[in-house]
Design a protein around this ligand. Structure first.
Ligand SMILES: [Zn+2]
Length: 240
């Protein structure tokens, strides 16, 4: 009898172990390789009462969106380059809640400083500056639904790296598991959304010329995301 019980116990133990192993495997399969290798370093920029107030004013004045909290509903990701040479200098620029006086052109639209949700260094290290659903000013017309990813680099002497490309793709894959991401665009493509239901900027004259992060980079990002079945940009002729 004892022998039989022991046997049953051993069987149950083995069965429960193998169930655990199976469920771990299923978990890994569901999450894919992304979560296993993707390291995100928390490096929050200042989001104090002043930044929240300026963000709420931005939403109300530019988009006619009246909210109690400066939150967004992510439906797209906008990829940028910083045009600033280092991670530390980029972080410093985004950190302060108010725009510096040097940025006259955009300060008439709002005193809220620019920022982004993520900042990717040249070696592919990913830093999270803001929660994914917190408002950030990084793209005219679309900030209410756009997660911003900044990459340290520019279009001349500091071209974006292979490590950054891979980090963008992995990060966006992970974001798409949490948010209904429909579009992934380069900052330079934002004007294609003028007239689209996501476009909220009320001043048709408030537009700036952008080239970041370059056509070849965003094309490579999108081709790495083919499994997400993203929507084509509103003006199809620009979907190379
Ligand atoms: Zn940009």
């Amino acid at each position: 009898m004892i022998h039989k019980l022991m046997k049953t116990f051993i069987f149950l133990f083995m069965a429960s172990n193998s169930f655990a192993a199976k469920s771990d495997q299923a978990k890994d399969e569901n999450e894919g390789q992304v979560s296993a290798v993707l390291k995100i370093i928390e490096r929050p920029i200042i989001f104090n009462k002043e930044r929240e107030k300026l963000s709420l004013e931005y939403l109300q004045q530019r988009y006619a969106m009246v909210q109690n909290k400066a939150t967004i509903s992510p439906k797209m990701v906008v990829v940028h380059w910083t045009a600033i040479d280092s991670l530390e200098d980029s972080f410093r620029v985004f950190n302060t809640p108010r725009l510096p006086s040097s940025r006259e052109k955009i300060s008439s639209a709002s005193a809220l400083n620019v920022s982004a949700h993520f900042l990717i260094d040249r070696d592919g290290s990913i830093y999270q500056l803001l929660p994914e659903t917190t408002f950030a000013r990084h793209v005219i017309g679309l900030n209410h639904s756009a997660i911003g990813i900044e990459n340290v680099g520019n279009g001349s002497d500091l071209p974006l790296t292979k490590e950054q490309l891979e980090a963008n793709i992995n990060l966006i894959k992970q974001l798409a598991t949490r948010h209904p991401i429909e579009y992934v665009i380069g900052h330079f493509e934002y004007k294609q959304f003028i007239g689209h239901s996501l476009w909220k900027e009320k001043d048709p004259g408030y537009l700036t010329q952008k080239t970041d992060p370059g056509l070849s980079f965003i094309k490579k990002v999108r081709s790495g995301l083919s499994a997400l079945q993203l929507k084509l940009l509103p003006l199809r002729e620009s979907n190379h």
